[in-house]
Design a protein around this ligand. Structure first.
Ligand code: GTB
Length: 213
């Protein structure tokens, strides 16, 4: 059965690849699996047909041969378990790579999302300017720790894994803030991810749909 994912009919980012379907596209490209994309409008996302797939009315979702799941972490994990190429075979190394998927989503992404909320949604609030430095510092705490762990390595733990895919996907959302460039090894890490042919194909596919006309 064809793998089908959902994505924004038109992403608000105009094709910068920041919507979370890009992570799923990237994972599928890494493991060499073709996929179809069902585009959904903001309205359709909140209607029963989509809510049956995604209880929170969001994208992306993933369907394949009786499997219907939501949440990028679960989807990337499923793809990595189901198809070869994104997780090492050694059990200990595999468990560590999986830990990095969770770390990206549960430890690194939350302060980044907080920053995006502060910059985009709260910018007109009277307390916004005063709070922003603290929000940025919370991101820096995680970047400093991650930067120390990565050091001069190419990827987090040896070969590129689903953990790197998720971590780079989370970090690249920071580019516009300038914070990533404060940590040159992390900026280079993200650039290495983006230079992978699978990422380039994933990015191009979402751009084709979302580019401004
Ligand atoms: N935890 C979920 C997951 O990881 O799958 C979060 C899913 C999620 O946030 N989906 C967003 C969504 O469907 C799209 S990716 N939003 C619609 C809604 O909630 O009604 C978040 C996103 C959206 C837009 C940009 N952008 O334009 O820059 C970037 C990221």
């Amino acid at each position: 059965m064809t793998i089908t994912i959902t994505a924004f009919e038109k992403s608000p980012d105009g094709g910068k690849g920041l919507a979370r379907d890009t992570r799923i596209r990237w994972a599928l490209e890494e493991v060499g699996q073709p996929y179809a994309v069902r585009l959904v409008s903001f309205k359709a996302m909140k209607e029963p047909a989509h809510l049956a797939l995604h209880p929170f009315g969001q994208i992306p979702t993933y369907e394949e041969d009786g499997v219907a799941i939501f949440e990028t972490g679960a989807i990337v994990f499923h793809i990595a378990q189901r198809f070869a190429g994104l997780l090492p075979n050694d059990p200990a190394a595999r468990a560590h790579a999986i830990a990095w998927i969770f770390a990206a989503l549960n430890t690194v992404e939350p302060p980044i999302l907080e920053l995006q909320t502060a910059v985009l949604l709260d910018k007109d609030k009277p307390w916004s300017a005063e709070r922003l430095p603290e929000v940025k510092d919370r991101v820096r705490v995680r970047l400093k720790q991650l930067s120390a762990y990565l050091g001069d390595a190419e990827w987090l733990d040896g070969a590129f894994s689903a953990g790197d895919l998720m971590m780079a996907s989370v970090l690249l959302r920071l580019r516009a803030s300038g914070l990533l460039d404060e940590f040159p090894n992390l900026a280079a890490y993200v650039a290495r991810g983006e230079a992978r042919p699978a990422y380039k194909r994933a990015f191009a596919a979402q751009l084709e749909i979302n580019k401004p006309v």
